[in-house]
Design a protein around this ligand. Structure first.
Ligand SMILES: Cc1cc2nc3c(=O)[nH]c(=O)nc-3n(C[C@H](O)[C@H](O)[C@H](O)COP(=O)(O)OP(=O)(O)OC[C@H]3O[C@@H](n4cnc5c(N)ncnc54)[C@H](O)[C@@H]3O)c2cc1C
Length: 401
């Protein structure tokens, strides 16, 4: 029996790692020259630094992501801080606060009752949006619920599914401070989530083939029979399984007629070289401006803006000129001129996580008995995040007979 995994993003890698740990060797076929997909590091020729395609944050309560890192031996590289604390700054008025996973709320003008209002998400019907479930006129909405909704679901609260946000709250805040610690890949995403997986897979006899784009699949008698790549094709044996761990658009092109979400939301990341190394700040949430999260690694400041379809339409220069003054404010730096920057627009960052789009998510099994699906957009019950991608890979691996 052979298992062919198409796509070396986190879902494909997590699937491969789980199968090789069960002594089932796999072959991964990846279209590009690198693994990691939407979650990876690279050397940027303009900044002359290693950067991540976008800031990624994982919570210590993300069980499947932690199990994956445990399996590939990289858990230490993403070790959480002692405290479950999220600093915030209001760019409009300079107000600062620290959100801690405790009942002692320290958000200005917010009470314990405001915090308890999160439970409205738990009972929200499947078709309710976050803005419909929560009271948008309370200060806590702008200071906490809105930034969390946008960063977790990459979808504005006015259209994001309330029930999906609750799954994250339940698994993190619902399990106490230990599950809410923010974990960041200090050495970059690839060192924590990608490279150790490739090493492990090769050591265990699995094969990772780059520059192998799956172009089409031939079917006969209700089964996939041939995988067609650019230069070669693979005839499937009766016991072979194909796991398609690709983004939505690529999967839809290979499997016409498959039900899948059809709307996406963008994420824009802006990376700047700072005049000096900053050591006293890892990340901070920003409200009241365009920037939403600022991450700092040595002398690189990286700003994330999610649900950023409008921003993504602007030129890179316009985006940099908008965001740089907010970086200066957040880092309390003097009026430095715009430095070298890199803008990365991920137009198809995730699917739009609205109640309607959630209904279109397929699960791992397909109508073809020898094809399984993985990917953050499949029906894991979780948002399209690292935790969702890894869970989808684990689900597909568990479905291999
Ligand atoms: C900017 C940004 C910021 C994010 N921030 C966070 C965050 O803070 N926390 C979090 O948990 N999640 C975050 N996410 C989401 C997270 O990155 C994704 O959920 C996850 O990486 C998706 O993994 P995947 O394997 O499902 O898909 P992908 O990463 O898209 O992997 C699919 C792979 O398939 C390959 N491929 C495509 N077509 C073919 C083909 N025909 N043949 C062969 N290979 C092909 C691609 O090259 C790619 O390597 C963020 C995403 C983005 C874009």
């Amino acid at each position: 029996m052979s298992v062919h995994i198409i796509g070396a993003g986190l879902s494909g890698l997590a699937c491969a790692v789980r199968l090789t740990n069960r002594m089932i060797p796999v072959t991964i076929y990846e279209a590009t020259e690198h693994a990691g997909g939407r979650c990876r590091s690279f050397f940027d020729n303009v900044l002359k630094r290693n950067i991540d395609n976008g800031n990624h944050l994982v919570l210590s309560g993300n069980r499947q992501a932690m199990a994956y890192m445990q399996a590939i031996g990289s858990l230490q590289s993403m070790s959480p801080p002692l405290q479950a604390a999220f600093p915030f700054l209001d760019l409009k008025n300079g107000e600062q606060w620290l959100v801690k996973a405790s009942w002692k709320l320290r958000i200005p003008n917010c009470s314990i009752l405001d915090l308890l209002s999160a439970f409205k998400l738990a009972w929200a019907p499947k078709d309710l949006t976050v803005a419909e479930a929560l009271n948008t006129s309370r200060p806590i909405f702008r200071k906490l619920w809105e930034p969390l909704c946008i960063s977790i679901l990459n979808t504005a609260p006015e259209e994001a599914a309330a029930s999906l946000l609750w799954t994250v709250f339940k698994e993190s805040f619902g399990r106490g401070a230990q599950a809410c610690k923010p974990c960041i890949a200090q050495q970059g995403l690839s060192k924590s989530l990608v490279d150790p997986a490739l090493t492990l897979l090769r050591q265990n006899g699995s094969n990772v083939r780059f520059k192998e784009r799956l172009k089409s699949i031939n079917f006969k008698d209700g089964r996939a029979v041939t995988l067609i790549f650019g230069h070669n094709q693979i005839s499937l044996k009766p016991n072979d399984t194909v796991i398609i761990a690709l983004p939505i658009l690529a999967t839809g092109a290979l499997l016409p007629g498959l039900s899948c979400p059809n709307q996406h939301r963008s994420i824009v990341n802006a990376h700047f070289v700072l005049p000096r190394t900053i050591t006293d700040l890892n990340f901070i949430g920003l409200v009241g401006g365009v920037s939403q999260w600022l991450f700092v690694r040595e002398d690189i400041a990286s700003v994330t803006v999610s649900a950023a379809d409008q921003l993504a339409k602007k030129t890179n220069e316009e985006i940099a000129k908008t965001i740089w003054p907010e970086v200066l404010l957040a880092l309390k730096l003097d009026n430095e001129p715009l430095p070298v920057y890199r803008i990365i627009k991920e137009k198809f960052a995730t699917f739009a996580q609205t109640p309607e789009q959630l209904l279109l998510r397929p699960n791992a099994q397909t109508e073809w008995p020898n094809i399984l699906l993985a990917g953050d957009w499949t029906d894991t019950g979780l948002p399209a995040t690292i935790e969702g991608a890894v869970t989808s890979g684990h689900n597909a691996a568990d479905a291999v007979r």
